[in-house]
Design a protein around this ligand. Structure first.
Ligand SMILES: [Zn+2]
Length: 225
């Protein structure tokens, strides 16, 4: 049977993956196994073929501390949450309950379980560990010349010349920013934070900087908004 993951959970996983690209997924899960299908579980597709639960691996070294994630989910006030299970505790957020003991066979010490409601709302999750604080703002660097206009211009973000100066566009206006010459991860992280500010789209076009990062590498590091 074909199935899809609830939009809210697609977005959450995308955000978690973008924020912590090196995280372990050893205990991640979406659709249930045969043991799940024998009982009621949000890991089984609902009547619309939608799976409404994910498991996210506890990997503090990789940046995903599920104790923190559980707390931030519970504190988020996000009405899409049905319940959260982590470390032998469950919180029925949809019923406004606090944490209580969870006595299922799986104590959920290796992953956090999140069930969501029937909503099709896939907007980004507003969790501090995912959004990052404070967002980076790089002031304009007006000295660099504008890129040669092209039909792609309105939807492209441009990396110019030595790879340090970047044109960002939101499709309406564009501005030049300067990024420090760090490694790829740092540059990608700063671009991502700019993206989180809602400034730039997720497209990048590089000009003469393949030694810093390929378009594909940068694109892969920036979450889709
Ligand atoms: Zn689960």
């Amino acid at each position: 049977m074909s199935w899809t993951l609830a939009p809210a959970l697609v977005t959450l996983r995308r955000q978690v993956d973008a924020a912590f690209p090196a995280r372990s997924k050893a205990s991640d899960g979406t659709i249930g196994d045969t043991a799940h299908s024998a009982r009621r579980s949000d890991h089984n597709p609902d009547g619309h073929g939608v799976v409404r639960a994910v498991d996210i691996t506890h990997d503090p070294d990789g940046g995903v501390d599920c104790r923190l994630l559980a707390g931030q989910l519970a504190a988020s006030g996000d009405e899409r949450i049905k319940y959260v299970i982590w470390d032998r505790r469950i919180r029925r957020v949809d019923r406004g309950e606090g944490w209580r003991g969870y006595h299922g066979a799986n104590g959920h010490t290796h992953h956090l379980h999140l069930s969501v409601t029937g909503s099709n709302d896939g907007r980004p999750w507003n969790l501090p560990m995912l959004v990052g604080t404070p967002p980076l703002y790089v002031p304009p660097a007006p000295a660099i010349p504008a890129p040669t206009p092209s039909e792609e211009e309105d939807t492209m973000t441009w990396l110019i010349s030595d790879g340090l100066q970047v044109w960002l566009t939101n499709g309406i206006e564009r501005r030049a920013v300067t990024l420090p010459t760090d490694d790829l991860g740092t540059i990608a992280d700063k671009l991502r934070q700019v993206v989180f500010l809602g400034w730039a789209r997720n497209a990048v076009k590089a000009d003469g900087v393949p030694e810093v990062a390929t378009n594909a590498q940068i694109l892969a590091s920036i979450p889709v908004r």
